[in-house]
Design a protein around this ligand. Sequence first.
Ligand SMILES: [Fe+2]
Ligand SMILES: [Fe+2]
Length: 545
Amino acid sequence: MVLFKKKTSPRRDRVRKRLAANRFSRLSKLANADVFASAMLWLLYAVVCVLILSLDLIRRKTYAEVLSVAVLTVLVSVAGVFYIRHYQKRIIRNPIRALALVGLFLLLLATTKVAVSLTGDLWWATGTAVTAAIILVIAYSQRFALGMSLFYCVFASFAAGPTADFNLFLTMAAGAVTCCFCLKEIRTRMKLLKVSTSAAVIVFATAFAGQFLAGAAAEQSVPQLPRMMDMVRFAGFHAGITLVVGMLIQSLLPLIEKIFRIATSMTLLDYSDANQPLLKRLAMETPGTYSHSLLIGSVAEAAAEAISRNGLLCRVGAYYHDIGKINKPNYFVENEMGSLSRHKELSPAMSQLIIVGHVKDGIEMAKEYGLPAVLRQFIETHHGTTVVEYFYNEAKKKHEEQQAQSGSNGKRAIRSSPPPAESEFRYAGPKPRTKEAAIVMLADTVEGAVRSLSEVTPTKIEAVVRNMAMKRLQDGQFDECDLSLRELSKIETSISKTLAAHYHARIAYPKPPDVPEGPGQKDTKPQAAEKAPAHSEQVEQKSQR
Ligand SMILES: [Fe+2]
Ligand SMILES: [Fe+2]
């Protein structure tokens, strides 16, 4: 049998095995329960959508038409799935998100179908198209909302029935596209009103122009005044519903945030208020951690903006990242306030348990205070699965000392115990899954390292930032957040710049300011204070002179 065995190179065998393993892992990913649930949801959507769109056809028993509606629905739905897979994979991986999207489309389509069938007014279709566009921008991104709302416009054209024409599709698309382009984030309560007003103007112009063209083509001349008034009324209704939708969504915003598990910029700004109960507790019970969190917030915000990510989310996430320290404030160096470290009385393993515990405590507190999931991620991931290095090194040192001691006891030497495992001194994770979470992780690590420097200079800060970023990268902490090397480099530059500005060089006072003034020096004090430059701008002015 061995004689007939085909000769292959070991390298080729290895490549083949690797390819087979990759194929298997891809297949197993596809057969994943969440993906299967999303596929079932898509099937359910297609069936219910066909039922909604062909409601009157089924009543009239024109089954050939029902079949053509079914074919068109399936084709557009398949295109939609490809679009989702390309731009928002997380919807396919997360059946709850998929359910929210499917539910939104079906609810809006059913509303259009029933309302148009009962009233005969086509502006219902425009209203639901604008609703879909605004909700999708809030819940996802502008690009995704743009594509998905155009898919919705196709379905809504079917739902509007035989009276719908290309003009209706254009009017719906004009409203939806305007909303997608104008609505990037909601920072003020007027934003939705402004966006829906702009969309209403565009919808009015599109609907009127479409009607005018259709009227002129039908009458072979410019439409008469009464017909023109009908066109204005028609376009006015489409524009009116667009405006109403904006106001309606403004009032339903908290519900939309809950369903899609998101937080708009307005909500984030609310959570950044120092009067928020959790921030108040952080400031009162752990002032050191509070000031550390504020600094991380501004460092992370600038870094996120440098790579065009959500700076506000980073800032507010950083405010809450260490709330778990409220439970045991004195075990963290920034809250020691010069007192003796409590870890002196504890073993490294016990200290590590307390330190690691602040992540778990933080998650529990966030749940208790109803912090949105988008902010909870910063608490869960800000240490990823990194090692608590100080206590790991302490444990190793202690173990080595014990070994040396037992060895020096000669015959009475006890059996050597294994050294402490690195895995025991790691945080439980998870690793950051978004670029914003990765930025907060890096800013947190770097700030701690810079604070421990004896002398802080811009060059030293740059070196620390670079080292810490490389360390986290090599440790695989950024494996789950799609952070590119170019983005990491931009983040490093931004963090270095912000930290250098924070720890800017100060010119030494002629006399330490904490030393009390002696007798006879009273007269010289104001002059000395005036002459002593305390900030870098003053240093610059002095050198220019
Ligand atoms: Fe922490
Ligand atoms: Fe921290």
